[in-house]
Design a protein around this ligand. Structure first.
Ligand code: PLP
Length: 417
């Protein structure tokens, strides 16, 4: 029995589908300790949009450590934080006309979500939050209360309250006009729905099964929130930082959410970092009212600054992400057509793509076949029924060709068995 099996809790999960010991990583590739390469189409669950050990980010990090730059700084002022804030404003916020202030909520995505929920409740004085079917927002209690998955919710061990789920886009396959139910409940004083502080939504649901909301649906949600004076929280933890093409997944919908959650690829290097972006008029925190030890991990600020400089000074990455996404979409359409009896369904946007199978067993078996052929892929969706692709945005066309061909073979191996 390995030290992992002996000592590490049963709660571990990814290591079960990929039971090798990884050692080195570069670009789109992970290598196990025997040197076997794996093409990484999971990219740290979206935390490695610029690939593993990106050379430009690595150099900035080495230089910073070499000169004894501050590593840990609570929320003190540091040169690393100043450079990050300046670059983030100049290259991300200002060009898009977003006047957000920045909260450093703690190191992970769930921290960004907790801060968003707390602030929305404080600003409005209301408790209730609207979430969506199949949403995923993290594993802390507040984040779990707005998460759909029953297995994850069950882990809370306490009642998860003050949240009401509404149907996400396409939940009724177009059988019901958008927001009919939601708006009726808001308008009807007998509906039993408490006046919500906020709505929390993902532009594309990653964990929930690569469900891409239509841009007009997001716009409709934004309009509804404005009409009813409800704050809109956009959780871009997984789909932000270019995953769907633009830096923010909601840009093309032409909306400016009140609060935005970012994490995963914001540091660009896989280092822990998260942001909660808030409209300035919502900045009603007392000093220290939301706090945490790991809110100023300067090496993450250094790589985040370098990543923005390297990839967001022009629109090259955005264009290539959209183009590669279209290549995957075309390949997936071909696969769907090749197996009509399997009733597959291709979904996604940008470089967040998936194929939905009839059940989780099939999607899981395809991922296992892919692993055996040297490709890392995961499942998502309530029953793990979606084979999910989140490759680094920086992957080459050749790597994409290689990955797609492994996917083809893996699906064939499972569906023609
Ligand atoms: N929000 C979304 C949309 C996510 O996909 C995730 C993680 O997958 C989280 C929040 C939670 O982030 P973390 O795991 O860093 O706490």
């Amino acid at each position: 029995m390995s030290i992992f099996e002996e000592l590490e809790s049963e709660v571990r999960s990814y290591s079960r589908g990929w039971p090798v010991v990884f050692d080195r990583a570069q670009g789109s590739w992970l290598h196990d300790e025997s040197g076997k390469p794996y093409l990484d189409f999971f990219a740290g669950a979206g935390a490695l949009n610029y690939g593993h050990n990106n050379p430009r980010l690595k150099q900035a990090l080495i230089d910073y450590i070499q000169r004894d730059g501050v590593t840990h700084a609570l929320d003190m002022f540091t040169v690393a934080k100043r450079d990050f804030l300046q670059t983030f404003r100049d290259k991300i916020l200002d060009p898009r006309g977003y006047g957000y202030k920045v909260v450093f909520p703690g190191p992970g995505g769930a921290n960004a979500v907790e801060a968003a929920l707390k602030l929305a409740r404080k600003v409005t004085g209301r408790e209730s939050v609207i979430n969506f079917t199949n949403a995923f927002h993290g594993m802390t209690l507040g984040a779990l209360s707005v998460t759909g998955n029953s297995m994850k919710r069950g882990g809370a061990g306490v009642p998860l309250v003050h949240a009401t789920p509404m149907p996400y886009d396409k939940y009724f396959d177009g059988a019901m006009p958008d927001f009919l139910y939601f708006e009726k409940l808001l308008q009807d004083s007998g509906s039993g729905l408490n006046e919500p502080a906020a709505v929390i939504v993902e532009g594309v649901q990653g964990e929930g099964g690569i469900n891409a909301a239509r841009l007009e649906w997001l716009k409709g949600l934004d309009d509804l929130c404005k009409r009813h004076n409800i704050l809109l929280i956009l959780d871009d933890v997984q789909m932000g930082c270019g995953r769907t093409g633009p830096f923010f997944s909601f840009e093309d919908a032409g909306i400016t959410p009140d609060i935005v959650c970012l994490s995963k690829s914001i540091s660009g290097y896989g280092l822990p970092m998260a942001l909660t972006l808030i409209k300035p008029e919502l900045d009603v925190w007392e000093p220290g009212e939301h706090n945490g030890t790991f809110r100023g991990i300067s090496p993450a600020f250094v790589t985040a600054t370098e990543a923005i400089d390297a990839y967001w000074s022009d629109d090259e990455l955005e264009k290539s992400t959209k183009a590669k996404g279209e290549r995957i979409a075309a390949a997936f359409s071909g696969i769907v057509e090749a197996y009509p009896e399997a009733k597959l369904f291709a979904k996604g946007r940008g470089l967040a793509r998936g194929i939905e199978f009839a059940d989780g067993d099939l999607a899981g078996r395809v991922c296992a076949e892919a692993f055996a052929r040297g490709l890392l892929m995961e499942t998502s969706g309530p029953d793990g029924e979606v084979m999910k692709l989140l490759p680094p945005l920086t992957l080459t066309d050749d790597e994409l060709t290689q990955g797609l061909s492994i996917i083809d073979e893996s699906i064939k191996a499972v569906l023609t068995k």
